[in-house]
Design a protein around this ligand. Structure first.
Ligand code: HGY
Ligand code: MN
Ligand code: MN
Length: 421
């Protein structure tokens, strides 16, 4: 393509990516931790800053009603198809600076580069900064990519946050016409595909001493909110044999979940939230609430484990004379990723001298939602500190961020050559 030579090896993107990650991390709901949850003040500030950064990079930018910040870097010619890039800008509580955000900042600095060198590709690039992926404020997750993929489930509008505020109210208070959410869905025919770059959030790349991996598929997850109801009582006067202790019953259920999910390597089970509402040291818990997140590389393994776990909850409840209910709040199918894009991402890494690992993803990603709309792919970037993530200890080396950027640039330039051939 005239003027587009393979510049992937020529540029140093790392310093800019790392400084932008620091820059975005200045906004948080907590003074001493990085927490940016859906539609908080910090969340709005980050969205506003992304608008500024994407505009300065030469993109047309809009923020859609669900809070996605979308930048469009137009093609060399009109009526071109669009390649979607991106990831999410919300975080878990006390999270890291790179989960999601690296997948926004790397494409951003590449578009800055294309803009600075006046290069236009034979396809539009849209950078999707998804507003909500983690499901921290509302126990749903993937709200931003659900809307773009045309999978927004109106049931979500009734989901409530810890203060009992339904999503519908939070959106309406933000001036969102919830009826407009369905119109955010993209048309498949306009799209070439979706490619997401994300930190690995695990130790495989670190242990193999390789900077990037091509992701082969994403695990399927099912999440429940579990409530156990027993009988509150005085911690000093109720003999053990007469108790219907909701806390002890929940503890036994959590151990049963852990035991069942230890049975198969690709199966994992997590209780991330555990609460005795209005609990006190001298009161037998009358009620206990906890979350359940069960995942596996296939839906069959995931669902078999879930059925066994739910039936053990019922057994334990009967044995202890308590009541248990489990509300399913999220179900994400295990999905394969696009071989077409996997091949091309792998070839790009190899042209830059690295043979990437091929890894499945145990973590969920917006790509899982987007794969229902358009061929989707992911590239993982090595993270340090043993691969820890969902933690302030999450870290990425500048040279790995730089290398990943150069792989993605090489991938884009070669896709452009292919389109022009
Ligand atoms: O839960 C996940 O796997 C992702 O971090 N939302
Ligand atoms: Mn993520
Ligand atoms: Mn995450």
């Amino acid at each position: 393509m005239a003027g587009i030579e393979a510049q992937a090896g020529a540029n140093r993107f790392g310093p800019r990516i790392m400084s932008l990650a620091e820059h975005l991390a200045q906004w948080s709901e907590q003074p001493d931790a990085l927490t940016v949850t859906y539609f908080s003040e910090a969340h709005r500030k980050v969205a506003a800053e992304l608008d500024v950064l994407l505009r300065a990079a030469g993109m047309e930018v809009r923020t859609d009603p669900i809070g996605n910040v979308v930048g469009r870097y137009k093609a060399a010619q009109p009526n071109a198809k669009t390649l979607l890039l991106g990831s999410h800008y919300d975080t878990v509580r006390n999270g890291g600076k790179y989960d999601g955000r690296l997948g926004i900042l790397v494409p951003l600095v590449l578009i800055e580069h294309l803009n600075r060198t006046r290069q236009r590709l034979p396809f539009n690039i849209e950078l999707l900064c998804f507003s909500e992926e983690e499901g921290v404020r509302f126990p749903i997750g993937y709200l931003g990519s659900q809307a773009i993929a045309g999978k927004f489930d109106r049931k979500n509008l009734d989901a409530t946050d810890d203060d009992g505020i339904p999503l519908r109210k939070a959106l309406e208070e933000a001036g969102v016409d919830v009826g407009s959410l369905a119109s955010l869905a993209r048309k498949q025919d306009d799209l070439l595909g979706y490619v997401e770059l994300h930190i690995e959030q695990g130790p495989s790349l670190l242990n193999a001493d390789v900077p990037v991996a091509i992701v082969t598929g994403i695990a399927g997850a099912v999440r429940h909110r579990v409530t156990v109801e027993g009988e509150a009582g005085h911690a000093g006067t109720v003999a053990m044999q007469f108790r219907r202790d909701a806390g002890a019953a929940a503890a036994e259920m959590i151990l049963a979940l852990e035991k069942r999910c230890q049975e198969i390597p690709s199966l994992v089970g997590t209780v991330g939230q555990l609460l005795v509402p209005n609990g006190a040291m001298n009161v037998i818990p009358g009620r206990c609430e906890f979350s359940s997140d069960i995942r596996a590389s296939t839906n069959g393994v995931r669902d078999a484990a879930m059925m066994d776990v739910l039936s053990s909850f019922n057994q334990i409840a009967r044995h202890r004379g308590v009541k248990v209910s489990a509300e399913e709040v999220l179900r994400m199918s295990a999905i394969p990723l696009s071989p077409y894009f996997q091949e091309r991402l792998k070839a790009a890494a190899e042209r830059l001298g690295v043979s990437p690992l091929l890894l499945p993803s145990g973590a969920g990603h917006d790509a899982a939602m987007m794969s229902s709309l358009t061929p989707s792919a992911m590239m993982f970037v090595r993270c340090g500190n043993g691969g820890v993530s969902h933690s302030p200890l999450e870290i990425v080396a500048e040279e790995d961020a730089d290398f990943a950027a150069r792989v993605l640039l090489d991938f884009l330039l070669n896709l452009a050559e292919e389109h022009n051939a």
